[in-house]
Design a protein around this ligand. Sequence first.
Ligand code: AVI
Length: 323
Amino acid sequence: MSMRHSAASSPSDDDRAAFAEDVAHSLTRSPRQLPSRYLYDELGSALFEAICRLQWYRVATTEQSLLSAHAAAIFSRLSPISTVVELGPGSGEKLVTLLAARPERDVTVHLVDVSPAALDQAASVLAARSSLTVIAHQATYEAGLSAVGRSSDGAGQTLVVFLGSNIGNFDPPATDVFLRGARAAVREGDALLLGTDLVKPEAELLLAYDDPLGVTAAFNRNLLVRVNRELGGDFNVREFSHRAVWNAPASRVEMHLVSRSRQRVQVPASRIDITFDAGESIWTESSYKYRVDDLAPVLDRAGFRVTGQWQEAGFAVTLAEAR
Ligand code: AVI
């Protein structure tokens, strides 16, 4: 494998300034929020990998099983591919499983993620397990997709892979914007492989997002540790509890950090000086859950036609072609 990074791996002053501005804006909204993309510093990425091994969070293992079972069927529905773009590659294991069934040997893989820790891990897993040219882009999905679009040689089809229910972290308007952006970045006949978690009984959903080992709680509370470290905040992390909520009308699991007491918090880099009431919460993440019948219309609106769908244990992998 050969690997290139398109950006350095330590947070730049620009990254820190953007984080400070996002915290300033979101923590002073009503309800108070913190953007979920900041959950993934080095420790956050490691905690997320641990979540994916939990018996209660079945997204990763179910998707892995679906890909093992159906990778050959997925490739049988594609024209020869020369480029694969994975957005948010996680550990890299899913792509290894998928690409093991590829008929073409010469494929360039582009990995796109804002987290250098996640990119490094995925790239080394691909390095150890396959013979591919891998290019890592430390970038947002949109910026990564357009960089790949500009560098694409036009030799074969491009497959964009967006797995792990990552799309579930977008609200419906952002989902439309994201899918339209993905469609604009590829050519007619290119393809998208999408992994989505499905609506299931509430108890099952809550166990997945509030596990008995407290790993998800640590993942959530680490966001406050990050604010303290990078922005000079003084959050008393022990004074915030993790809470997962199933919001049925909106079809999403929400993660919150709930203040255990009335307390003052300052974040100098964000010019924040606020007082939390006991019970007041910071909304840190939404995880939208789909019904299978919803997927074709959502994809269709963005210019993709569903060409295959595989389901197992409340999870779906959907293949769609750019019209
Ligand atoms: C990355 N993302 C799809 C995960 C999810 O299920 O929303 C993040 C996560 N949050 C809590 N557990 C896992």
